[in-house]
Design a protein around this ligand. Sequence first.
Ligand SMILES: Cc1cc2nc3c(=O)[nH]c(=O)nc-3n(C[C@H](O)[C@H](O)[C@H](O)COP(=O)(O)O)c2cc1C
Length: 319
Amino acid sequence: MSAVSRDSGPFLYMAPLKGITDALYRRVYCNHFGGLDSCIAPFINPQSSALCSDKLLSDLLPRHDNDLPLVPQLLNTDADGFLCVAERLWQLGYREINWNLGCPVKMVAGKKRGSGLLPYPDRITALLDAVMPRLQAGLSIKMRLGYKDCSEARELLPRLDAYPLTEIIIHPRLGVQLYRGSTLPEEFQICSELTRHTMVYNGDIASVSDYTRLAGRFPSVNRWMLGRGLVANPFLAQEIKGGSVSDQVRQEVLRAFHQDLFQAMKQRLSGPGHLLGKMKQVWIYFIGSFPGKEKLLKKITRAANEQAYLAAVEAVLEE
Ligand SMILES: Cc1cc2nc3c(=O)[nH]c(=O)nc-3n(C[C@H](O)[C@H](O)[C@H](O)COP(=O)(O)O)c2cc1C
């Protein structure tokens, strides 16, 4: 495998995928793969009762995953809660945080959080007005085109020029689309013309050719975020940076990665149900690393115990 230094080529983030890219996944990932420059952690639950508790922040301790810079993400929409978590994160050494204005899940968006806040730009600027003067860390925003309509981002973006954000990450879908339907890169273009902030593109980058096509379309963008495509092909970041790997090494590394992930989760998680549930979440995407074996996924996701799970995995991993 050719060495890929962190500062060569485009700046690549690992996207936050709640339930998948937690601290344990990130640590094991970094032991086997390269090419990433930073990572945004899955959102911290904004539970008022547990504000700032170590349990709430357990995914962020210790501060770095193998020195891959990590940016915590907040979903709070109340200034006091936001500032409380931000203060604790600052004490832990985090110098940048991200605000989630993209989550499309009904339970979140229905409470006017995540993408559910996008139709209310006044509330967004009110929170920024209350929070930014007191915030020590840098703040970026991760957002969609809107909850129901692309006009929402178009209205919001010029207003965000008033704030010293570090950058804006855009996943060019609407909240109501969830993760379905096509992305709208043409709307990303419109958004980038409506802001002075640095833009990060995120969405449906599943191969080097997806990246190359988008990079050609948006030559001024140098920061990209990889989500499901990276879980499907953990080599994706290093491939985008020009790294190459033989088929044999690829298979060996994928097997070793799975083994380490499984063992680490087994040590950490209580009970086989929890362990298999987490591994199955990963496999929904990770099966993408094994073209032609997609039909075997069902055996993995239906495995009722560890033995059945490992047998089903072996059928996928074997040459
Ligand atoms: C299972 C799952 C969990 C996610 N959790 C988060 C999250 O915690 N915070 C966030 O900002 N986005 C979250 N997302 C959205 C991703 O970060 C990303 O924006 C989206 O998947 C599109 O990028 P991709 O096509 O590269 O996956 C999640 C997506 C999925 C599928």
